[in-house]
Design a protein around this ligand. Structure first.
Ligand code: SF4
Length: 327
């Protein structure tokens, strides 16, 4: 009798040979599948080892914390880019903006497309996603209701177009691949003093005993930037700490371009993610306790930074960028 991995592998092989796939779907599928013989079998002690090392590296820091420190990919990216911007944003109330709204509706549509049967068209999925979000009555619902009919129609049209590109370039998801959407992961260190958390956009496959098999896929509605790799490596760490087996592959799928970038997960990658996470936790704690000055690191973010007007390095960068014609 075929194992879970073998039957999944056969399904994938069948689909690769499926003549109805577009060249883009076939190319994506080839990249997000890892043949059985290339899947790594990990040590059963890996999870405990990583947890032990993460706690050992942060043990001197937790005593300084009065409130738990919640760490997600956003905080990790923030302290590895402009810390002054991070502090400015922490002090500001969260506000929905149209580009974020598009991303949220798109993710909801993908979620519905995986779980709704029979299959719906892109426009039907957008309608279902928008109705579902509005009926939640949360901040995003209020933001959507506060827009004009024209603005809402524009968002619907843009998301439907993105979704159609996704369907044309991403292989149709089969139940046998065990797809999941919005899979949450939470890891508590030092009895809840530090909490690492994340939510994976889309996963396919799953581990079998100690053999890696899950592919974590982040769906990107914007352009490719280097920190997307770091975000996914952090997710690989979370997956290992929760499940005990790392994912097999990490993938960023850029919906506009219909292209995927993948990385294989091994122990070196996990160690790099661990180093970045512990160093970032240290900075986050120091910043929270006011024991250090936030570093200013100018970049394209200066363009929309709320404190740009009073930031000398940011102003200098903006002036230079304007003369270079950076955008
Ligand atoms: S203007 Fe630029 S350098 Fe200054 S705080 Fe904002 S993002 Fe950082």
């Amino acid at each position: 009798m075929a194992s879970v991995a073998q039957s999944g592998e056969m399904e994938v092989r069948d689909l690769v040979q499926d003549a109805s796939l577009t060249p883009a779907q076939r190319a994506t599928l080839e990249l997000i599948r890892l043949p059985n013989e290339e899947r790594i079998i990990h040590a059963s002690t890996l999870r405990a080892q990583i947890e032990f090392e993460l706690e050992k590296e942060t043990v001197d820091l937790v005593d300084r914390l009065e409130e738990p420190l919640w760490v997600s990919k956003r905080q990790l990216h923030a302290v590895n880019s402009c810390e002054a911007l991070y502090e400015a944003q922490e002090g500001e109330p969260f506000e929905w903006r149209v580009p974020m709204t598009r991303g949220q509706i798109f993710h909801k549509c993908v979620e519905l497309s995986v779980h709704l049967s029979p299959k719906r068209t892109a426009s039907e999925l957008v309608d279902a996603a928008v109705s579902g979000i509005i009926s939640r009555g949360d901040g995003l619902a209020e933001f959507l209701l506060g827009l004009s009919d024209v603005e809402r129609a524009e968002i619907r049209s843009e998301v439907a177009a993105l979704l159609q590109t996704f369907f044309d370039t991403f292989p149709p998801l089969r139940r046998a691949w065990h797809p999941t959407t919005e899979l949450p992961r939470k890891v508590s260190l030092h009895r809840g003093k530090i909490v690492l958390q994340g939510r994976f956009d889309l996963t396919v496959g799953r581990p079998e005993e100690l053999t890696a098999g899950r592919v974590l896929i982040e769906l990107k509605t914007g352009r490719s930037v280097p920190h997307h790799l770091d975000d996914l490596r952090f997710y690989a760490l979370l997956e290992t700490l929760v499940v005990g087996v790392p994912p097999a592959l990490l993938a960023s799928f850029y919906v506009d371009a219909g292209r995927v970038q993948v990385e294989t997960v091994d122990e070196d990658l996990l160690r790099a993610a661990m180093r970045r996470t512990t160093q970032s936790i240290e900075r986050l704690i120091e910043l929270r306790l006011g024991q250090t000055k936030a570093h200013k690191r100018p970049s394209g973010a200066c363009k929309w930074c709320p404190v740009a007007g009073s930031c000398a390095p940011g102003q200098a960068w903006l002036e230079e960028a304007a003369t270079r014609g950076a955008w």
